[in-house]
Ligand binder design. Structure first.
Ligand SMILES: C[S@@+](CC[C@H](N)C(=O)[O-])C[C@H]1O[C@@H](n2cnc3c(N)ncnc32)[C@H](O)[C@@H]1O
Length: 245
């Protein structure tokens, strides 16, 4: 896949509700646009300043209240990319709280900016490593669903251990799903799909895999994610599964 260009961020949009940069102080030092966000606007910070310690050890209700300002069933997306899924899903499901975690800071900010633009405060983006967020922040049995769409395949064999669908991460997801909770896993990489499904079967007691039929798309943005859109426009297959706790 060609390297993606860096997205342009709407500098003056208020993303304070929508954006939680976990390594903010560090990012502000290395990135001028981030440094600009550090300037307080109208007497209030433009971004939430939080630390891992300040968000850990909470009950599901306290966590939801702190992140979303309300308690509702929570869903978790790993690697939101440009934010097509979280923005369309937040709009479609106002009854849910959706937390997207994206390690690429600019993409996280871009997705937060989309959520702010469409005024859907039930979607919030965290710029962070999803594995660390799961381990240190997401309360046990607090999620009704976890979404992993088109995770980075890490093609080289030596790099495979960096894949997000790996034993420690899927067992953390299992523990953080409430009974009946769903893990969605889609990819365009057949080898990653097969080995990911095998890892989930071996490392968890989730039932599945259940398959998901391909839905015809009714328009240009009627895809679950940008990567699904790109793959299907290239007429390549998408492998879809879900598992249930
Ligand atoms: C191939 S892209 C897919 C993006 C989106 N899910 C889609 O389907 O269009 C994978 C994304 O996962 C992000 N990512 C990789 N490792 C991550 C991690 N440990 N925590 C959070 N995000 C991660 C990458 O920065 C990238 O944006």
């Amino acid at each position: 896949m060609p390297r993606r260009s860096l997205p342009k961020i709407q500098g003056n949009r208020d993303v304070s509700h929508y954006f939680i940069p976990m390594e903010f102080e560090f990012m502000a030092q290395v990135d001028p646009e981030t440094a600009a966000l550090a300037q307080p606007g109208d007497g209030a910070d433009k971004v939430k300043r939080v630390t891992y310690a300040s968000l850990s050890g909470m009950t599901a209700e306290q966590f939801s209240e702190r992140i979303f300002g309300r308690v509702a069933p929570m869903e978790f997306e790993i690697g939101s990319g440009k934010g097509l899924f979280i923005s369309s899903y937040a709009k479609a499901r106002p009854d849910r709280n959706i937390l997207g975690v994206e390690i690429a800071y600019r993409y996280a900010l871009m997705s937060a900016s989309k959520l702010a633009k469409q005024n859907t405060p039930n979607g919030v983006m965290m710029a962070a490593d999803a594995a660390r967020v799961l381990r240190e922040l997401v309360p046990l049995e607090s999620l009704v669903a976890a979404h992993i769409y088109f995770p980075d395949p890490w093609w080289k064999k030596a790099h495979r251990k960096r894949r997000i669908v790996r034993p420690d991460v899927v067992s953390m997801i299992e523990a953080r799903l409430a009974p009946g909770g769903i893990l969605h896993f889609w990819t365009d990489v057949k080898e990653y799909f097969d080995s990911g499904v095998e890892i989930i079967k071996l490392s968890t007691n989730l039932s599945g895999p259940y398959s998901v039929p391909e839905r015809p798309s009714s328009g240009d943005l009627d895809f679950r994610t940008h990567f699904e859109r790109r793959t299907r426009l290239n007429e390549l297959p998408v492998y879809r599964s879900y598992f249930v706790k």
